[in-house]
Design a protein around this ligand. Structure first.
Ligand SMILES: C[S@@+](CC[C@H](N)C(=O)[O-])C[C@H]1O[C@@H](n2cnc3c(N)ncnc32)[C@H](O)[C@@H]1O
Length: 309
């Protein structure tokens, strides 16, 4: 029997666009806060020969990918919400950029052993790293029906959230991702079943809750803005509207200067912009990239430059 080819760890999304956000001739350290398979790091290193990269990932599997990229890359295992603490240990002074590519890698979905995929069986874990206090099993089997419905509605943006939550509670105990996917598929109306996989949104919702992904993003983004050197750049690719809204609002708030009425002769509010927006509208992948990599379809890239210490 022929061996099946190993799927790539992850295909980076908007990689050329990310590399183009750094000025030509950039030096210093670029923090790739979501290292994954290192696809963006590889593009950044090739486009900017004078930078070095500190790669961070909460998933220890990413460490093996970093080792292959040579001496310009240092890998740190941990959650980017603790960015400052992680960087303190490696003495990085001049931070030219911090980059986030949120969510999960193809590898994490493909391996199946963490229950992240609705296409295959696996234990209902869904932790991206062991720093997470919660598992999907605890959410699925322990949470109130109302709390389950709330996260499926909010993080999954699924209009069938109440029906799905009720079906999960009736089917307990559930310990395998394939069983959970089956319960969700049976709970949604038939017309929904014909579109994308009916369990996609529920799996996304539980994963976001288990890993506190929105809390980590808010804290990680603040930390990134603190550690950046003046003139340094922050860039974020998000795949979920709540993530994108968090990024958009934080960057817009940082780029807002004086808010005094225009007829006031001198500024009384004292507000000065800390950021300059590099993307007024988010950059999104073109049709060609989406055709080659369907996981790119919901990506939105936003970036800003830090203009004040
Ligand atoms: C979309 S993948 C990144 C893929 C990478 N850009 C590449 O080209 O291979 C997202 C990665 O971020 C990691 N991650 C998600 N949340 C994190 C967090 N709070 N702290 C550190 N890593 C995180 C995941 O484990 C995953 O490996």
């Amino acid at each position: 029997m022929m061996d099946r080819p190993t799927p790539p760890y992850h295909l980076p999304v908007l990689a050329a666009e990310v590399a183009a956000l750094l000025p030509v001739g950039s030096r210093g350290v670029v923090v790739d806060a979501t290292f994954g398979g290192g696809g963006h790091t590889r593009t950044l290193l090739a486009a900017h020969p004078q930078i070095r990269v500190i790669g961070i990932d909460r998933d220890p599997d990413a460490a093996g990918q970093a080792a292959a990229l040579g001496g310009r890359v240092t890998f740190l295992a941990g959650n980017f919400r603790r960015l400052e603490e992680l960087l303190r240990g490696v003495g990085a002074d001049e931070i030219a950029a911090v980059f986030f590519d949120l969510g999960v890698s193809s590898h994490q979905l493909d391996v199946g052993n963490r229950g992240l995929s609705y296409h295959r069986g696996g234990p209902l874990d869904m932790r991206l790293g062991e720093d997470s206090a919660l598992t999907a099993d605890e959410v699925v089997n322990g949470w109130d029906e109302a709390d389950l419905a709330r996260i499926i509605r909010r993080y999954g943006e699924d209009p069938s959230a109440a029906r799905i939550a009720a079906a999960i509670v009736r089917a307990r105990p559930l310990h395998d991702s394939a069983d959970l996917a089956g319960v969700v598929a049976a709970a949604v109306p038939a017309r929904v079943r014909r579109r994308a996989h009916p369990a996609r949104r529920t799996f996304q919702a539980i994963r976001i809750a288990v890993n506190d992904e929105l809390g980590a993003l808010a804290e990680g983004l603040e930390a990134a803005l603190r550690v950046l050197s003046p003139g340094g750049r922050v860039a974020v690719i998000s795949y979920h509207s709540l993530e994108d809204r968090t990024v958009k609002r934080r960057l817009a708030a940082g780029a807002a200067g004086c808010v005094c009425p225009p007829d006031l002769p001198v500024c009384g509010c004292g507000r000065v912009a800390e950021l300059r927006l590099l993307t007024r509208r988010p950059l999104v992948p073109g049709a060609e990239e989406v055709a080659a990599n369907p996981r790119a379809r919901s990506a939105r890239l936003r970036a800003a430059e830090k203009v004040r210490p």
